[in-house]
Design a protein around this ligand. Structure first.
Ligand code: NAD
Ligand code: UDP
Length: 316
């Protein structure tokens, strides 16, 4: 199959491309390199069945493909809030362009939506039926509301134009290749503890998240794409931790001497988040297999190698 991955040079997209290439598909990676990087897909660049296109999805593009994994959108609050209007454009115009492409070539379209559509949830854990508690005018809205309209667009293209859609609501995912300056909690705590500087816990650290290792998530995305359920389907690891617990775990694993310091909680920061994955289990036969500690170990190794490399080249 010829498969388009938008945002393919990013964190999740590049892991997905690894799997698709290993399965022998022809892959087109489309990215504007805002938060993605060529080094993530370096090993495929000289392969005949791989193509890299530098393109911004807010502009239309004509391609012939069988499936579209639509991942292009900055995912970290630091990056999506840097230029919030651009984030909205990416979610609205970008998703419309990719759905238009899917319609024209009759490709199956998978949207990488998010647990953020549940906002600061009043139901716990979150099932797909829960309609969410999102602030329409806050600093996270460009992303949360952007993804909500991306879901709406997907379902309208499905109802109006028979586009085959799949919608995944992805919960916090971590793993190798996250950016060092990504700003997300797992990468921040790992980089801080490797550098021996205090871990920045926002608020009291009592807010919770549930962390899924990237290989598990990619498996879920591929099962959803190739199965017969439209979704939306929650994909995430239901093991829930407070942010303080996460800080202590990483501190223990990397550097027990490093301190924890408390900083103000950002506006609209969800207090808790945990997926109900009953649907993923029954419809896709999917559930995460990598426990937090094992996933963190692999992620820490990756960051350690990158940080040592960059320090060596600075000294050199
Ligand atoms: P990422 O920032 O590493 O990847 C996003 C990629 O999209 C980057 O390569 C970036 O350069 C590219 N991109 C951004 N705007 C673009 C545009 N206008 N045109 C073309 N390319 C563009 O993030 P990620 O963690 O890999 O997330 C991938 C997708 O999964 C995103 O849609 C995100 O919303 C969703 N998601 C991720 C998580 C998570 O925890 N990582 C959770 C929920 C949803
Ligand atoms: N967080 C933190 N310290 C950091 C980065 C994030 O305490 O250095 C907190 C943040 O306030 C949030 C949680 O960790 O409660 C997860 O943040 P992240 O940005 O990773 O993801 P999201 O809020 O989008 O789930």
């Amino acid at each position: 199959m010829r498969i388009l991955v938008t945002g393919g040079a990013g964190f999740i997209g590049s892991h997905l491309i690894d799997r698709l290439m290993e399965q022998g598909h022809e892959v087109i990676c489309l990215d504007n390199f805002y938060t993605g990087h060529k080094r993530n897909i370096l090993k495929w660049l000289d392969k005949p069945y791989f193509e890299l296109i530098r393109h911004d999805i807010t502009e239309p593009i004509r391609l012939e493909v069988d499936q579209i994994y639509h991942l292009a959108c900055p995912a970290s609050p630091v990056h999506y809030q840097f230029n919030p209007i651009k984030t909205v454009k990416t979610n609205v115009m970008g998703t419309m362009n990719m759905l238009g492409l899917a319609k024209r070539v009759k490709a199956r379209f998978l949207l990488a939506s998010t647990s953020e559509v549940y906002g600061d949830p009043e139901e716990h854990p979150q099932t797909e039926e829960y309609r969410g508690n999102v602030n329409t005018i806050g600093i996270r809205s460009c992303y949360d509301e952007g993804k909500r309209i991306a879901e709406t667009l997907s379902f309208d293209y499905h109802r109006e134009n028979n586009v085959e859609i799949r919608v995944a609501r992805i919960f916090n995912t971590y793993g190798p290749r996250m950016l060092e300056n990504d700003g997300r909690v797992v990468s921040n705590f790992i980089v801080q503890s490797l550098r021996g500087i205090p871990l920045t816990v926002y608020g009291t650290g009592s807010q919770t998240r549930s962390f899924c290792y990237v290989s598990d998530l990619v498996e879920g995305l591929m099962r959803l794409m190739n199965g017969d359920r439209t979704g939306p389907i929650n994909l995430g690891n239901p093991d829930e931790y407070t942010i303080l617990q996460l800080a202590q775990k990483i501190q223990q694993m990397v550097n027990p001497n490093v301190e924890i310091k408390y900083e103000p909680l950002p506006q609209d920061d969800p207090r808790k988040r945990q997926p109900d994955i009953t649907k993923a289990k029954t419809w896709l036969g999917w559930q995460p297999t990598i426990p937090l500690e094992a996933g963190l170990k692999l992620t820490i190794e990756d960051f350690r190698a990158r940080i040592e490399n960059s320090e060596a080249s600075t000294i050199g």
